[in-house]
Design a protein around this ligand. Structure first.
Ligand SMILES: CC(C)(COP(=O)(O)OP(=O)(O)OC[C@H]1O[C@@H](n2cnc3c(N)ncnc32)[C@H](O)[C@@H]1OP(=O)(O)O)[C@@H](O)C(=O)NCCC(=O)NCCS
Length: 197
């Protein structure tokens, strides 16, 4: 079998034209997905918000959003296409958000995640987020609690060292193979691992 070359990954700001692809991933990832109009309104009217997408060749394979309010960065959404998970795309996206938060002079970054969502919790822990509290009954569909996770100061030497070491690691990791790009948009099975509030 001929080895496929790596596909080029690009992280860019989300555009309104991305919303159909975002919706596919959203519906495959959350049991109470945000509707497309919620994303449209975020993109068009929320000046505190930034939404990023990851493209592998031309396919949109992940996205994330963040609000920066005063000196706090709040991650609002985060998902990777099911066919592209475990390829360090989530890491690249989270690193991009942390870089953005630091560039905007946020003191720390925070988010809520379902207690049961271990893949996401492990990802956030790897990037220095730590549990700081619980929001009881946070999710409206099944009343699961949310875990609040927050970083230490983004400009602390320990956090900077962690981020730079993870960045070097990622830089040394080959991008996913082009063969994966061919599989980017099979019909998505409804494997919903996280639900929205
Ligand atoms: C959580 C999610 C974004 C991870 O994306 P991903 O691209 O698969 O993650 P990566 O390949 O970059 O993994 C990075 C780290 O995350 C953790 N991780 C990711 N998937 C994991 C899994 N299934 N089990 C355990 N840890 C996992 C690991 O720590 C991993 O680092 P490692 O490879 O050194 O062990 C993805 O699973 C997803 O989209 N889930 C559904 C939506 C969701 O839950 N969003 C979060 C809302 S708060």
């Amino acid at each position: 079998m001929v080895a496929r070359p790596p596909v080029r990954l690009r992280i860019e700001e989300m555009r309104v034209t991305d919303l159909p692809a975002v919706q596919l991933i959203e519906q495959a990832s959350f049991t109470t997905p945000w509707p497309a109009h919620a994303y449209r309104s975020e993109l068009e009217t929320n000046r505190l918000a930034t939404y990023l997408v990851v493209r592998a060749a031309d396919a949109l394979v992940g996205y994330a959003g963040m609000w920066v309010m005063v000196d706090e960065a709040h991650i609002t959404t985060f998902a990777v296409h099911p066919a592209w998970r475990r390829r360090r795309i989530g890491e690249r996206l989270l690193l991009a958000l942390v870089d953005l938060a630091r560039a905007r002079r946020a003191r720390e970054a925070t988010l809520e995640v379902r207690l049961s969502n271990l893949p996401a919790r492990r990802l956030y822990e790897k990037y220095g987020f730590r549990p700081v509290g619980i929001r009881p009954n946070y999710y409206s569909d099944d009343h699961e609690d949310a875990l609040i996770m927050t970083t230490e100061a983004l400009d602390s030497p320990r956090m900077e060292e962690r981020i730079e070491s993870l960045r070097s690691d990622l830089d040394a990791t080959p991008a996913p193979a082009a063969a994966d790009a061919d599989a980017a948009y099979p019909a998505l099975a409804p494997t919903r691992s996280e639900r929205r509030r």
